[in-house]
Design a binder for this molecule. Sequence first.
Ligand SMILES: Cc1cc2nc3c(=O)[nH]c(=O)nc-3n(C[C@H](O)[C@H](O)[C@H](O)COP(=O)(O)OP(=O)(O)OC[C@H]3O[C@@H](n4cnc5c(N)ncnc54)[C@H](O)[C@@H]3O)c2cc1C
Length: 616
Amino acid sequence: MTQLESESPTVTPIALAESLEKWFGDPGTESNSLNFSSALELDERNELPAAGIERLRGFGFNRFFVPEQLGGNLRAAEDILMLTRVIARRDMNVAVSESTQVWMMLAWIGGTPEQQAKHAASVLQGGVVPCLAYSEPEHGADLAANTFRATPDGGQYVLSGEKWPINRGRTSTHVVLLGTTGDGTTPAKRRQSMFLVDRSTVLSGEVTGVPRVPTYGLRGCDISGVAFDETRVDGFARLGAEGEGLELALRGLLVTRTFCTGLSLGTGDTMLRTVGDFLSDRVLYDGPAAEIPYVNESLANAYLSLLVAECESLVAMRGLHLYTEQFSIWGNLAKVQVARLVDFSAKALARTLGARYFMRAHEHVGTFQKMYRDSAVVSVFDGSEPVCMDSIALQLPALAKAYGKDRDEDWRPLYDLRAELPVFEPHRVSVFGRGRDATFASLPHLLDRLAALEPSGGLDAGRLAALRTRGEGLREELEALLARVQDARRTPAGQDPADTATTSTKTTAPALIRIAEELSALHAKVAALGIWLFNRDHLGEFFADGAWLEAALNRGKVHQYETGDLDPAAARTLAAEMHRQRTEGEYFSLLTVRMAEPGAPEEDGTDRPSASPTAA
Ligand SMILES: Cc1cc2nc3c(=O)[nH]c(=O)nc-3n(C[C@H](O)[C@H](O)[C@H](O)COP(=O)(O)OP(=O)(O)OC[C@H]3O[C@@H](n4cnc5c(N)ncnc54)[C@H](O)[C@@H]3O)c2cc1C
């Protein structure tokens, strides 16, 4: 039995996160398997953090990627978010190496009941290390141009070609890949099929690893490739219909992009905590450097960004259960915006940390520079930021058309963190959500709710009035952005269409990408407003009085801020709450999530799954 199997079946996402915290113990304690000091050392040596990975496996992390109806523990998308935060805040090498479990999602989305049962049983047994092999050296984001062959032959397939760069390319046991089954006469969109190959069961031919590539961040990860040479696999390896590969790939990515938010939240927490700890202890000008007004404001702003990022992430997780079909836009919005909130702050925090931001040794808070490099990958992989933006941009006309046509409904399940959710059904995710977005659709209701609020406690009449004004501003901004969509699609009057001609088949106007960017920032503001309105009665005074929300809504694009923009009183309130959570061992969060106690050893665990057959 793993640690997890002894947990209560009704454990909440927060309790689950806290139990993984205890399982790992304090990352500041060097005798724990997963600690900051050895994470840094292994990273310097480009080594996979084997002890940390084994420790995570001992918790039963794999079980969270198998739906409950198939015997696993995947109940709530919020569970995955919270667990990912716990791991990523310690070491992204472990988080990224082990979260490839998520690619088994392709079997739950496109597999037959027989395929699902078989793969679920293997994952639950332990030792399955999937990798996702879509990218090819010559084709990058242009997946439709892939040339990896999957030739049908008497109910089997012969696979040939190379996939690169691939996380876990060399050390995977299973490969989820796209292979070309069609020919020149098949429309590009239908040319590829999806395969889930168990490397130990290929019928003939070879599967080999392509050497690792040295990387800027994630230096301990196996970023490499995988090559197939006339490798014969049974037809059982194909997921979905022949020609359905690209569609399945996109559907899977919409779910996994949403989960990437947990990686950003985890690294964002450690970056802020490292800087906050250092500058609180450092004495300059007769006091802690954290008290220098500029430093104080920088820390407050980074904290605020994490709170907004958390709101966007939580609402997206709940949306996955409630509005699964809408993730063709939503998954991209969430990934882009949460990474932007953390990336912008990371840069500001590096400046605030000062010279030590450039130093790599543990004793010189070298964890910061590692997190800074590792965190940057979120906006690069799993659909880079431009690719996600492009996908949103292409759906803007549908979004503009659908806006205002949704029925008002009960928005409580989306925003009230106590509300029960229906089962998460990944197969319901769709490549085209017809322009629907529940967060934007809920805005009129949120504004009505805001209008009906009475001043109370820390929420005085002045702040309430300011929030109402900002709330109305959100509606105006949304309508103005959607109105710009038609203009951005037209060639400006008087301009020769030849001026906009391109030899690329990718023709999305940059002006549409710009609207997509602005919409993703707006989306996070609406999510924050919704979370605030529905949870004011149970998340404490700091949350309820809304100073943080007002500060968030006061920002232009919600991830960007300039020195001196934050109201001094709001800066003090935010920094005080950040320092409280820092010194009391809580996550930087609107919720109360307890970290492992300072100095806590990892919890005893006698039952560990047998070692993985791959070299971790
Ligand atoms: C650490 C790491 C791990 C990775 N792991 C995996 C993995 O496990 N599996 C896997 O399959 N791949 C993986 N990749 C590859 C990754 O997903 C790449 O993003 C992908 O190969 C696209 O290539 P590219 O970003 O280099 O851009 P290219 O495709 O080479 O694009 C070149 C330029 O065009 C822009 N561009 C491309 N498409 C668009 C568009 N639609 N709209 C606007 N601009 C566009 C790009 O942003 C870039 O500026 C990994 C990459 C890294 C760095």
